[in-house]
Design a protein around this ligand. Sequence first.
Ligand code: KG4
Ligand code: ZN
Length: 351
Amino acid sequence: MRWQGNSDALVLGIETSCDETSAAVVRGGRQILSNVVATQDDLHAVFGGVVPEIASRRHTEVITLITHKALHQAQVSLAEIDLVAATQGPGLIGSLLVGVSAAKGYAAASGIPLVGVNHLKAHVMSNFIAPPGQHPPAQQLFPTVCLLASGGHTSLILMQQFGDCQSLGETRDDAAGEALDKAARLLELGYPGGPAIEQAAAQGDPNAVDLPRPRIEDSYDFSFAGLKTALARQVRETPPQAAQQVADLAASFQQAVVETLIHNLPAAAREHKAEQLIMAGGVAANQLLRRRLFEVGQSQGIPVAFPPLDLCTDNAAMVAAAGYFQAQRQGPSELDMDVFSSLPLLPYDQL
Ligand code: KG4
Ligand code: ZN
């Protein structure tokens, strides 16, 4: 199927890699015409984390409705769509299959080309998209260094120019969001853990509990497993009795995670002569992390940017945008494309 990569091409994006069902319409890889997200937080909260079977069942129930809503809000019909983009991985296999199968159905039934998108690249792309009439958060300033921190991934990415994507470092164990989710479970703060920790931390003293700042020498890699173990030990040895103690633990843990995430940024920015620092992924919604990124930008004398909250967490607008640029570069995917639970960024990759 031919792909006409015009600057006003309409892309229908579909995202179902974890527990958000989302569909969006994006024009020319930049302009968000609609971005509908249905969360499943209430379904998974009772289990303290995402239950894959429940997630894929709910995706199946709502994917058609959410897609129709996205088309309706964008005021376009399926016949006007030029490309369907769906998250192909990384993610939960059952969940990914629902979105990719729906995308294949729309593509096959309407004769529209299809493209499979890497979820991590889509997160980075969320810095370069905006609703009509608004500017994207990130400027076209390169080299740009991007901190990507989500529930499943934490990495530092260098973009020498728009579309370039070179991995400078990544987590050797847990992702930052995963650490926050596990900490919230330990502190019985609920799910999703990142926002729950952030809310509890607002009442706490970030210096109340001494937690480690894991560092990996001579590397831009991260590590969060030791931090999580230290919190578990602390809770076991001195179980928090009052809400204030829980708040202090949450604030101390949040501060340790944020400092660990930020630690590598100044050196990476200097080494690669970065002109801009950006962030992406669900953890980038964290207000303390956003403030700390600003401070790093100020200390390095370069601008910083991060997506608005609704584009930090999983959404299909970023998938549609990433799909547009990928199809422009290498054409559409085959209709029999597969899904992948693991789909790491290559050392030298392209968005
Ligand atoms: O990018 P995302 O929506 O999904 C993945 O691709 O994993 O990220 C979800 C992660 C979860 O671990 C969640 O706890 C974390 O992002 N998160 C936050 C905040 N909002 C979501 N972490 C810290 N502060 C927040 N406000
Ligand atoms: Zn994500």
